[in-house]
Structure formats: structure tokens, C-alpha cells
Design a protein around this ligand. Structure first.
Ligand SMILES: [Fe+2]
Ligand SMILES: [Fe+2]
Length: 218
């Protein structure tokens, strides 16, 4: 397993080198590590989980290149190419591709959630954990910088009830409410639910401070 992971890391390092939108190689590694921590308690295939975590955001790089929204599904042919040169069975490759294709579906997204296999559920949880807490806050603002999203626009209403990755929030703070603050209750596994608690509380505190400073109260 270690050899496959090292090979893949070498292959993708260059691709993710320039990313400053929060989807760099360190995001992939953090997601992999968190996913493997969750796996220890929840079960599932460690190889499938680790490889899909390392490759799950290739579509983000395609998006950076074109400037247009790109879904995980669109990255599947490229990922298959990478997997084809590794010592993996057809079943393993298909399971990895499945995890990647469906890892961005949420209960609160327009299409809802359709996956039920433990590997995809764990990848989703790990990816969502990296989107919240101290790291999540940092990544959200980095993303906003790259895609030229304003920090906060108090005059814009919070009108998104369902979530769709292709739709832009008017500001970063809006994004906290359309997605980040909903992730805690969207975790699939008990282990991830527990891990999300602390990160969620930290974001609540962050938002409270943000608004108090914004009003000039403190
Ligand atoms: Fe993703
Ligand atoms: Fe991700």
C-alpha cells in the first residue's frame, strides 16, 4: 500500500504545486490521514480509502486551469489513467473511482446524497472535516481570494436553502452559512461526528468575533 501511495504522490505533486485555493497536496494528505483515522474505528478498505483521498480533488485543478466549474465526474478519465499504471485490480480501481465521483454529495445539496458504501462515506467525512475548524476557515478565505469572492457583504440576503457547488456565494461569510456550518450535522460516521464537534464550536466562536468586530463592539 505504501508503495502505491508514494507512486501516486509523486505523479500528482507537480499538478497540485501551484494551487492556492485550499486544494493543494497538503489538503490531500490531511484528508488521507483523517480518513485513515476514521477507518480505524469504522472499518472499510484502507487502500481504497487512502488512494481515493490522495486523488479526490483532481477536478479542482482542472477547474483552476479552465476557470470554469468542474465536477468530480469530469476528472474520472484522468484519474483512471493514473490508476492504470499502478498494481491495482479492476475492482479496486472501480471502487476508487466511485468514491471520488460521489464524494461531494451532501444531504443539503440539490441532488441529495446517494452513496452508502463505507469507503465513500469516510472520504466524504474526512473531506468535510478538512473544510471546517481552524484549517477550514483558512482554506475558505484562500479559496475566496483565488476566486475573487468578497469577505462579507452584509446587505446580501442568506437565500440559499439547498447547496450546489457550482453556485457561488456572494461572500465568504455567506459560505459559512450555506455550507460550512451545516457540515457537522452532515457527517456520516459516529467517529467523524465526534471529531466535528470541536471544529464546529471553533467556527461558531470565530463568527461571533467576526460580527462583533464588524459592528465595532469590541
Ligand atoms: Fe472535493
Ligand atoms: Fe477535498
Amino acid at each position: 500500500m505504501i508503495e502505491i501511495l508514494e507512486n501516486i504522490e509523486k505523479k500528482i505533486e507537480k499538478l497540485f504545486e501551484k494551487d492556492t485555493s485550499g486544494h493543494d497536496i497538503y489538503h490531500l494528505k490531511r484528508v488521507m490521514n483523517v480518513a485513515l483515522t476514521i477507518q480505524e474505528k469504522e472499518g472499510g478498505d484502507r487502500l481504497i480509502i487512502a488512494v481515493s483521498a490522495l486523488l479526490h480533488d483532481l477536478h479542482r485543478i482542472m477547474q483552476n486551469e479552465t476557470g470554469k466549474f468542474c465536477s468530480p465526474k469530469e476528472s474520472i478519465p484522468k484519474i483512471r489513467e493514473i490508476l492504470d499504471s499502478e498494481n491495482l485490480t479492476e475492482i479496486q480501481k472501480n471502487n476508487i473511482l466511485h468514491c471520488i465521483e460521489y464524494h461531494e454529495e451532501y444531504n443539503f445539496s440539490a441532488n441529495g446524497k446517494t452513496v452508502s458504501d463505507i469507503e465513500t462515506l469516510i472520504l466524504q467525512d474526512a473531506d468535510n472535516l478538512d473544510a471546517i475548524g481552524a484549517v477550514g476557515i483558512g482554506r475558505t478565505f484562500s479559496f475566496g481570494g483565488v476566486y475573487k469572492v468578497k469577505m462579507w457583504m452584509p446587505e446580501k440576503p442568506f437565500d440559499r436553502e439547498t447547496y450546489d457547488e457550482s453556485e457561488k456565494d456572494p461572500s465568504i461569510i455567506h459560505h459559512f452559512y450555506s455550507k460550512l456550518m451545516k457540515l457537522k450535522n452532515n457527517m456520516n460516521t459516529e467517529t467523524a461526528k465526534n471529531m466535528a464537534e470541536k471544529r464546529h464550536k471553533f467556527m461558531e466562536l470565530y463568527l461571533q468575533m467576526f460580527f462583533e468586530e464588524w459592528q465595532g463592539n469590541i
